[in-house]
Design a protein around this ligand. Sequence first.
Ligand code: SF4
Length: 337
Amino acid sequence: MHVTMIKKVLANGSPCQKCIQAEEMLKARGLWTKIDEVVWAVESDPTSQGMQLAAQHQVELAPFFIVKDERGERVHTSTLKLVRELSPSPEGNNSAATPVAGNAPINPEQIESELSGQTPQHILRWGLERFGADLAIAFSGAEDVAVIDMAAKIGLPFAVFSLDTGRLHPETLQFIERVRKHYGIEIQLISPQPALLEPFVRKKGLFSFYEDGHTECCSIRKVEPLGRALAPYRAWATGQRRDQNPSTRAQVAVVQADPLKLERIKLNPLANWTLAQTWDYLKDNDVPYNTLHDRGFVSIGCEPCTRAPRPGEHERAGRWWWEEETKRECGLHIAKG
Ligand code: SF4
């Protein structure tokens, strides 16, 4: 096998940050020695070898990788995909679904007591080392991208999914796309089941939640799709924080048995963080965020059910604002009962 990494030098002469992060990720995984050759794409010089390779393979992202072996030539624009291909599994294949660690039973309460005082990165690393690509990160808000950013820097394989409810702001869809490109990752978008959604909309219209509450719409557009999204995984990670909602999230654990399916593990690495700590991380690490935040939105869900909180209101006051505070959860993080 021969692996070429194409790194970029920006037009102003500075190095590409994503290329630096990719190199760090490969080194953290012990895979840097598997890169046979580094070629530079100098943005200001279209004749540079890397720019020519980018044109030849019609690649606009940097870094990217060209892998040649007996199976032929492949181009990876995702560092994580390259990591998966280069990482040997215990069985000798390179399946992305192969967990890094074993299948020994986990006692969530014991792990919670061991990890509850640790940093988000430490908690997430535990999950990634324990479950490998059997751990999925749920992505919708700013906190979730902090978790994605940490996972990318840890350098172990992970999966990402997002629920496309059909009612998201255009800005949120653009945000999802920016995150996909920024990290070079696949984001699995899960849509509602037409067999459930179409009869519901036919019978109750598009805004029934303003009249009889959000539970029915959220269960069709969010909760059922979440069950399908999580089905292949043994663990998932969210960006939930305790201080997001004192009425509903004050007890969030950093590690717990998933209330939706007790044999699955749910990680909330940011549970101990405040909103301010989260935004400090996002800014310090140049993490992409939803441009609606620039217009005063804090917690962002579906367009008809989200408004910017008013001065003095709590951050989740802009979600389902017409309902009682104790009911302002969509059901994604609540036990079946
Ligand atoms: S947040 Fe609103 S539009 Fe979105 S699924 Fe729930 S009730 Fe429906």
